[in-house]
Design a binder for this molecule. Structure first.
Ligand code: AMP
Length: 246
């Protein structure tokens, strides 16, 4: 049984090194909702040596973005494969849409026809120093997308994934020069995206904080406020009084 009373279709926005991956993992685990990360999908393509993977690896290593139409196709096919294009399903997208054009394509071609529009867009706001520190200390387990931080969340065995014991790696784009490029690209592409969601009713919500615990506590409260949590009777009463939220 889903933990939330109403379906949550969530997008997380945050610059590289903002802790977006960590917040995503915590949200998915806490509320038991499924999620997909466009970066993880691409890293899997690269690992499997597909045609998309070959194109993606050269673009990613330069800190650039993949073309909007290709990226939309890749994610839309994943949404269809998982049967998420439905008004009753909760899910979370991490890393997509990342540009105004991607958001428009996703809405008009996939979400609106399925009556499954995004109903929460979270914008993570973190200082540049905190971001630089995070990327310098980040390790990932590519097959699962699990993220570790050598300071806040180190693996139990150095260099090994906690669950599978497989080796962890550094992302080739977690290099300070590439990081600065990604940050610039992020700002240029995300500001119009934030404007787009500002116009889409009450979906955009921004949160600031220096640590992942501080941010997560606020995020958790906001998700419960919007979608209600099973077992939380006051929220159940509120939702009955207010009717369906979307
Ligand atoms: P991420 O793991 O989200 O930081 O993504 C890693 C890289 O994958 C990005 O720096 C981009 O090169 C590429 N990428 C991921 N998502 C997208 C997207 N929505 N649009 C274009 N490129 C993307």
């Amino acid at each position: 049984m889903p933990r939330l009373l109403r379906p949550a279709r969530v997008l997380l926005l945050g610059p590289p090194g903002s802790g977006k991956g960590t917040q995503t993992e915590r949200l998915l685990k806490h509320f038991e909702i499924p999620g997909i990360s466009s970066g993880d999908i691409l890293r899997r393509h690269i690992k499997d040596g597909t045609e998309i993977g070959q194109l993606a690896s050269s673009i990613i290593n330069k800190g650039k973005l993949l073309p909007d139409d290709l990226m939309t196709k890749v994610v839309a096919s994943e949404l269809r494969r998982r049967r998420w294009l439905s008004p009753s399903t909760s899910w979370l997208l991490d890393g997509f849409p990342r540009t105004h054009a991607q958001a428009e394509m996703l809405d008009s071609q996939e979400l609106e026809p399925a009556k499954a529009g995004m109903n929460l867009v979270v914008e993570l706001q973190v200082s540049e120093d905190a971001m630089l520190d995070r990327i310098a200390n980040r390790l990932v387990h590519v097959p699962s997308g699990r993220v570790y931080n050598l300071t806040y969340n180190p693996p139990k065995v150095p260099g090994r994934d906690d669950i599978t014991g497989e080796p962890l790696s550094r992302r080739p784009d977690d290099d300070p020069a590439v990081f600065r490029k990604r940050l610039k690209e992020y700002r240029a592409s995300t500001e119009p995206l934030v404007e787009y969601y500002k116009k889409s009713g009450d979906v955009l919500w921004s949160v600031a904080g220096e640590t992942s615990d501080v941010i997560f506590a606020q995020l958790e409260r906001e998700v419960v406020r919007r979608f209600g949590e099973r077992g939380d009777e006051s929220s159940e009463r509120d939702s009955e009084a207010a009717g369906a939220a979307d």
